[in-house]
Write a protein that binds this ligand. Structure first.
Ligand code: SDX
Length: 384
């Protein structure tokens, strides 16, 4: 196996060698800005705190797709368009009903989104595709969760916000104001985040002039990984593992033990933020409040203990995935759906980036540093 160090390798052909593309700028964008030192996040001009306080997810979708906020007529039209697209084609529903009930929800979502392409004309107007996928993802996620639990699929409502309709389809009953608001805020906070791995994947696929469904399917695959969006499920599984230890549960010792073994603590660290992720402030507040209301205070307190230990031991802060886990848990959502919820929000950012890339495209084609042998002699198979 070749060693991945650069000694004795002629690197003169490769002016920029950067593992993990750390700090490399590959695209320009109007979709979001992150100041990793200050802990600032802006979507198309608006600070995330302003949006968290005032916006709805539908307004954020419009903002990301058009680089401006909608007026009331435009917002009503977008809401109507999203509602009109919520139903799934029968073949997609049949797939959801018939696939393996123990499949990973993210894998089912990835396949179902890919199937949606068969029912959409692939033309150059991408906004209708963005609206269709944004409208249909929640239906896919809720339908699969019901099917795998032996329940009937709940058809989408012809009214209500994305957040309201999703919780209704998932639970079979209309959510209260607080649950809708929590879900809506989570969708706002996860909508867009610069050149993260899944958005980069989406833009790279777009840059080959492939269609939006292909780009989003690839992006879902990237988001699924535990170093990216999959971390929220991993955080909850960690807390539930601790819970199983009953009175012996010790989040501080657990965190220190993992660090000693050089293992990653899920929900901490970020390539860009060198301080508290601004989204985590909002999620932390929600987590505290909801865990008190729902009797899960212990999980919140353990999260705080882990946070303090990570800060003291490694000076590493939590990212968006850390407190979102206990927020979703408090509103009764199963841990393996958490990354799907991230996806039904991030579709707004992915599709915005897709349209931005398509409007000013160049093929994405970096280089790889070859570290293998060269010009070896050929040996016939019987002599190897
Ligand atoms: C998301 O890019 C985005 O914007 C992503 C995202 C979005 O909205 O799209 O914000 C969403 O993906 C959040 C991240 C979710 N992932 C996790 O929570 C997984 C745990 N986190 C880490 O694996 C890590 O922090 C990453 C993957 C998020 C970032 O990886 P980097 O930038 O490649 O950093 P690194 O792995 O090279 O770590 C640098 C140092 C190392 O220590 P030293 O070897 O220098 O001593 O920090 C340490 C790491 O060991 N470190 C951690 C750690 N994260 C970093 N140590 C323990 N636990 C961690 N979580």
């Amino acid at each position: 196996m070749a060693q991945h160090n650069l000694e004795n390798i002629d690197t003169s052909q490769y002016p920029h060698i950067n593992k993990g593309l750390d700090g490399i700028v590959a695209f320009s964008t109007t979709k979001s800005f992150i100041d990793g030192q200050k802990g600032e996040l802006i979507y198309s001009g608006y600070n995330i705190d302003t949006l968290a306080e005032n916006a709805t997810f539908e307004e954020v979708c419009f903002l990301l797709w058009h680089d401006r906020l909608p007026n009331s007529k435009e917002l009503e039209k977008l809401k109507k368009d999203l509602i009109a697209q919520r139903e799934l084609p029968k073949t997609v529903l049949d797939y959801i009903k018939n696939t393996n009930k123990s499949a990973e929800p993210m894998a089912v979502l990835r396949t179902a989104v890919s199937m949606l392409a068969d029912y959409e004309p692939i033309d150059s107007d991408n906004l209708p595709h963005a609206i269709a996928i944004t409208a249909q993802m929640p239906t896919i996620i809720a339908a699969f969760d019901r099917v795998r639990n032996g329940k009937d699929i709940v058809a989408p409502l012809k009214e209500g916000s994305t957040a309201f309709n999703f919780l209704y389809m998932l639970n079979g009953e209309k959510p209260g104001d607080a649950a809708e608001k929590t879900m809506d805020l989570c969708l706002i906070l996860h909508a867009e985040h610069g050149m993260n791995a899944s958005t980069f994947t989406a833009r790279t696929i777009c840059a080959t002039e492939s269609d939006m469904f292909s780009a989003v399917t690839g992006a879902i695959g990237a988001l699924k990984g535990p170093l990216h969006g999959g971390a929220n499920t991993a955080v909850m599984n960690t807390l539930l593992e601790l819970d199983k230890q009953g009175d012996k549960a010790d989040p501080v010792a657990f965190t220190k033990g993992k660090l000693e073994k050089k293992e990653k603590i899920m929900g901490f660290g970020h390539r860009v933020y060198k301080t508290f992720d601004p989204r985590a402030f909002h999620l932390r507040k929600m987590s505290k409040q909801l865990s008190e209301e729902t009797g899960h205070v212990k999980l919140y307190e353990w999260s705080e203990a882990m946070l303090k230990t990570m800060k003291d031991e490694k000076n590493i802060d939590p990212n968006v995935d850390f407190f979102s886990a206990t927020v979703y848990y408090s509103i009764g959502i199963k841990p393996d759906l958490y990354t799907c919820i991230f996806t039904m929000s991030r579709i707004s950012g992915w599709s915005a980036h897709y349209m931005e890339q398509a409007a000013n495209n160049r093929l994405v084609r970096p280089r790889a540093l070859y570290i293998g042998e060269k010009n070896l002699d050929w040996k016939p198979v019987e002599k190897r």
